[in-house]
Design a protein around this ligand. Structure first.
Ligand SMILES: CNc1nc2cc(C(N)=O)ccc2[nH]1
Length: 376
């Protein structure tokens, strides 16, 4: 995997770049739709590629390991073959899901013991076996095994957890660097900066992660309930330490405003379930602001969902029709709203990239953030 820095905004730390992987090129800043269990929920691969113009999607190691399981994924020739997505894929390591999904879990030096949220069976994730698992899934970019500390978090817990995450990272690198991809293409491992909301720990973690000299770096432990200002302060600090010539991935972020603010701080890659999860309950992000389509006011508004955004789904269907589908709990509701929201997210980061290349991002961002927060 390579990263080419293509432009830097004169009025901020925003940059435009190009990540090249075995399954194709990613133009940054980029938003990565979350494809949890081998699918971006309710969205066809064709829609992802042609309508949404997604360039890379996520898979979750925790979910894929439990279902369909590694034997099926290996027999299929990896996740790309299994779900038919032939562009880049990034998988997280499962650490976050174990903490957020599994009822019971126990952290030990070896790794994390947990019970499946599906059938209650007991499992142990270790740095070594999640590397092997991600080798089998076959994602182009795989994430180190880490602990995403909760918010708020005691200083001593955050410190001890960070040091354990650093020890786990060393084990991930040793395992990853001594194994090969299973399907004939290269994969790359990103380490993850932790340290919760403590400046000294974040500095220590960013310096350690940078010293590993991997092909890209991730910022974890944020978007876990901390105030946005705290997220921005930690991201700003970490981006000032991580090398400029490597892509920076801020995990689990975020709202459109969060994304633009973090692009200004120097982040290149984002993922979040917000566009698809909120779509299913009728919250639409549009070029004019935020719409809760369930609201009475859209009952007889036959204008397109978002005429400015373009694309089949956002212009062919009306607000009134989508409101009806949502209230009727029709499958098509989630499908239309998900494609629309993802089209908006990819449109937004593409606009940001163009503004950065034109050198006008900083001023544009401030206007856009205001507009995006408007509730219609
Ligand atoms: C939705 N927020 C979020 N924060 C995250 C942090 C991590 C992490 N590994 O620290 C992973 C996924 C995350 N998702």
């Amino acid at each position: 995997m390579t990263f080419e820095l293509q432009a830097q905004d004169p009025g901020s730390n925003a940059r435009a770049g190009k990540v090249t992987t075995a399954h194709g090129v990613i133009e940054t800043p980029i938003f990565m739709p979350v494809g949890t269990a081998a699918t971006v929920k309710a969205v066809h691969q064709r829609e992802l590629k042609e309508d949404i113009q997604a360039q890379i999607i996520l898979g979750n190691t925790y979910h894929l390991y439990l279902r369909p399981g590694l034997d099926i994924l290996e027999k299929a020739g990896g996740l790309h073959k299994f779900n038919g997505w032939d562009k880049p894929i990034l998988t997280d390591s499962g650490g976050y899901q174990v903490f957020s999904l599994s009822g019971t879990r126990k952290i030990i030096e070896e790794g994390v013991k947990f019970k499946s949220h599906i059938d209650g069976s007991t499992h142990l994730f270790t740095p070594e076996n999640v590397m092997d698992t991600q080798r089998t899934i076959g994602a182009d970019i795989i994430m180190a095994f880490d602990e995403c500390t909760p918010y708020p978090c005691e200083y001593d817990y955050a410190k001890n957890s960070m040091h354990r995450t650093h020890r786990w990272l060393k084990r991930c690198c040793e395992r990853f660097d001594s194994t090969e991809g299973k399907y004939g293409f290269d994969q790359t491992l990103f380490p993850i900066v932790q340290g919760s909301t403590f400046r000294d720990l974040r500095t220590q973690s960013a310096e350690y992660i940078a010293s590993m000299n991997r092909e890209g770096n991730a910022i974890g432990g944020l978007s876990v309930g901390e105030p946005a200002e705290m997220m921005y302060e930690m991201t700003d600090l970490v981006c000032s330490i991580l090398p400029k010539d490597k892509p920076r991935y801020l995990m689990g972020v975020g709202t459109p405003a969060n994304i633009l603010e973090n692009i200004a701080l120097g982040v290149d890659m984002f993922d979040c379930v917000l566009p698809t999860r909120n779509a299913r309950n009728g919250m639409l992000f549009t070029t004019q602001g935020i719409i809760n389509i369930r609201n009475q006011r859209w009952k007889d508004d036959f204008s397109p969902i978002d005429a400015e955004l373009g694309g089949y789904t956002s212009t062919f269907y009306s607000k009134a029709y989508l409101r009806h589908l949502i209230h009727a709990q029709e499958y098509l509701a989630g499908m239309i709203a998900s494609v629309h929201n993802l089209t908006f997210y990819l449109w937004l980061v593409k606009q940001a990239r163009e503004q950065i290349k034109a050198g006008t991002f900083a001023a544009w961002k401030n206007v856009m953030v205001e507009k995006l927060m408007t509730r219609l």
